[in-house]
Write a protein that binds this ligand. Structure first.
Ligand SMILES: CC(C)(COP(=O)(O)OP(=O)(O)OC[C@H]1O[C@@H](n2cnc3c(N)ncnc32)[C@H](O)[C@@H]1OP(=O)(O)O)[C@@H](O)C(=O)NCCC(=O)NCCS
Length: 262
């Protein structure tokens, strides 16, 4: 069966926003359940995905699962049962949209990260990993493939104009970056600019650089035709959410609950 067949067949699933390849190895596939395991090289974690009609079928599998796995998109009604098995909420991502673009300036004077600076960009993201829940950093290869257009995210979403905008200090060191790309060129409501990551070096935080980068990301989007903007952020990342709300982003109702054992 294909990904969409499982989504249609089962009431509950954690198969949103993934490619066939990210389904990984299917370890159970019967009338009651589909369970798969995928090693995510970015997070260096095993991702267990499920499609079930009844939580008991997932629980039986988890009781026999001795490896440390991350379960994405846990249905809210499953959370307390999974907690009893020793799983904890690792992050709750919410989708935020900015639908009014009238206040976004259409400037073009941006500094783009070079592919040769991928390692430096990656190190910056890793330096702030423990600062906010739900921020995990990105690898050098992730940055390279985002910029050269070969990453799965870029290919699966049909992203265009994907880039990394940076701010540098006097020594030309990257002190902040925003990862952006545009999708939805066939959509009636027009393209969307995806603000994929926003990071500022801890030594330079609180100086307005994050807001400046976000503003650049939105302007870059508008310059390439975006009519709205999208991002995900963990609901506990108050600092980032403060900025996103200030710029007119509003959350959609549902959050993506990811759980793992500590
Ligand atoms: C989020 C981040 C990019 C902000 O960068 P920054 O350069 O410090 O941001 P700015 O200086 O432009 O703005 C900080 C704002 O947050 C506010 N703020 C700071 N701490 C806050 C908190 N705990 N709760 C609410 N608001 C907070 C500041 O008052 C300021 O807002 P103001 O200008 O309205 O007063 C930076 O903290 C970061 O890199 N965090 C780690 C990575 C991350 O979580 N990225 C976002 C998820 S993709």
């Amino acid at each position: 069966m294909k990904l969409n067949d499982y989504i249609e067949k089962f009431k509950y699933h954690s198969l949103s926003y993934i490619s066939e390849q990210e389904l990984g190895d299917i370890i159970f596939d019967d009338e009651n359940k589909m369970i798969s395991i995928f090693f995510d090289p970015e997070q260096e974690m095993l991702i267990l995905r499920y499609a079930v009609n009844n939580i008991d079928d997932l629980i039986t599998v988890l009781k026999g699962e001795k490896r440390k796995v991350l379960i994405p998109f846990v249905d809210p009604s499953f959370v307390s049962d999974l907690k009893q098995l020793g799983y904890e909420v690792r992050s709750i991502f919410k989708d935020y949209f900015k639908r009014d673009f009238s206040d976004v300036e259409k400037s073009e004077g941006f500094t783009e990260c070079l592919i040769s600076e991928s390692l430096e960009a990656s190190k910056l993201t890793h330096s702030v990993i423990n600062q906010s829940r739900g921020f995990f950093g990105q690898s050098e290869i992730w940055f390279k493939t985002w910029m050269d257009g070969t990453s799965d995210d870029v290919k699966d979403m049909g992203l265009k104009h994907q880039t990394v905008l940076v701010k540098k200090d006097g020594q030309k060191k990257i002190i902040g970056l925003v990862v952006v790309g545009l999708y939805g060129f066939d959509s009636e409501s027009g393209p969307t600019v995806w603000i994929r990551e926003l990071v500022v070096d801890q030594n330079y935080q609180g100086m307005g650089i994050g807001q400046n980068l976000l503003s650049d990301g939105l302007s870059y989007g508008k310059a390439h035709g975006a009519k709205k903007a999208f991002l995900h952020v963990d609901e506990l990342n108050e600092n980032a959410i403060h900025i996103y709300r200030k710029f007119g982003f509003y959350p959609t109702e549902d959050g993506q609950i990811d759980m793992t054992k500590s």
